[in-house]
Design a protein around this ligand. Structure first.
Ligand SMILES: NC(=O)c1ccc[n+]([C@@H]2O[C@H](COP(=O)([O-])OP(=O)(O)OC[C@H]3O[C@@H](n4cnc5c(N)ncnc54)[C@H](OP(=O)(O)O)[C@@H]3O)[C@@H](O)[C@H]2O)c1
Length: 305
């Protein structure tokens, strides 16, 4: 059989120094030529520069991992949050449509109000509580308005080996403090940046680069590890696993005090229910989501090594 010569596609990644961006550099590398740009090389708050980067790079796929993620600071920096999370995704979607490329973008459980106790589906009504959530919802809407082929992956409780996150903070505090109090009435699934990056690569490879582009199932999808826990359950698992690896903790996992969110007020309100129903993503792209503990253990193995 005569094989077609393989021409490596160009994949543009923004926010390459973030938790997810860092993992995308690894997961997308076998698929093509990855052009991974950090904030200095590709500033999302500058629409003209952003268009120029896309024009110059001529990517077949754009993966937007850049975002304004300072949830509490966004309450007072509304303009910056909306420029980066609300406007820039629309600029990228427009540029992708004009170039005939696919845009992959990430959004968040914070687009929901967090009422109820069942996992949110893609069809559920949105109702963000915070400026950050509103700015991310504006980004989803800007992408839809721009048209073209785009996939929006809403995820939650992200942690990566590269960057700051809850798991690393708990590990540090568990070694340094005499006691720990952690919120026990907010629920979600800790999802690693590595899992998000791997799923992204699978979608891009199977459905876009090697699939029927005309039939590409664009739209919004929920992406999260399987299972659920509270922040308190998450912290307990982090310390339990660290202890099993010989880390000298000052706080025993079972000694972490469970507190209500009301006892730990923050500038930006958080949803109590961050559960995401991932059926649509699993069924459309044949993806299996491992239990959240597996990702957290893998992350800790990297952090502790
Ligand atoms: N973290 C979570 O728990 C979580 C939950 C749900 C959804 N998400 C979504 O998942 C995606 C990835 O999040 P993440 O956890 O990887 O975030 P992250 O670690 O905070 O990374 C975001 C990256 O965006 C960059 N950035 C900020 N402003 C920029 C600008 N004006 N131009 C270009 N780059 C800019 C940051 O650059 P610097 O390194 O220079 O600051 C950072 O590298 C985001 O869309 C986020 O909204 C995250």
């Amino acid at each position: 059989m005569q094989r077609k010569p393989f021409t490596a596609p160009t994949i543009l990644v923004t926010g390459s120094n973030g938790q997810v961006g860092f993992e995308l550099r690894r997961s997308l590398a076998p698929l093509g030529r990855v052009v991974a740009l950090d904030r200095t090389a590709c500033d999302l708050s500058n629409p003209a520069a952003l268009r120029e980067v896309v024009r110059h790079t001529r990517p077949e796929v754009i993966v937007n991992a850049a975002a304004y993620t300072a949830v509490d600071r966004a309450e007072t920096e509304m303009e910056a949050a909306f420029a980066i999370n609300g406007v820039a995704p629309g600029v990228l979607a427009e540029a992708a449509r004009m170039a005939g490329s696919l845009l992959v973008h990430y959004s968040t459980d914070y687009v929901f109000s967090g009422e109820g106790a069942t996992p949110y589906t893609e069809e559920d009504a949105v109702g963000p509580l915070s400026v950050y959530g509103k700015s991310k919802l504006a980004g989803e809407q800007a992408i839809a308005e721009a048209g073209g082929q785009a996939i929006v992956l809403r995820t939650c409780w992200v942690a990566g080996a590269h960057g700051g996150n809850f798991a690393k903070t708990m590990l540090k505090l568990g070694c340094a403090r005499d006691s720990l109090r952690v919120i026990a009435d907010q629920f979600g699934a800790p999802t690693t940046a590595a899992l998000i990056a791997d799923v992204t690569a699978q979608i891009v490879s199977r459905a876009w680069l090697h699939g029927d582009r005309e039939a590409f199932p664009a739209g919004i999808y929920h992406l999260a590890a399987s299972g659920e826990t509270s922040w308190h359950g998450y912290a307990s698992e982090v310390l339990r696993y660290a202890a099993s690896k010989g880390v000298a903790l000052k706080v025993a996992p079972e000694a972490i005090e469970a507190i209500p969110a009301a006892a730990y007020p923050l500038p930006a309100p958080r949803p109590s229910n961050s559960r995401l129903d991932t059926s649509k993503l699993r069924e459309t792209f044949d993806i299996h989501f491992p239990d959240w503990q597996l990702g957290v253990h893998h992350l800790l193995d990297q952090v502790l090594s």
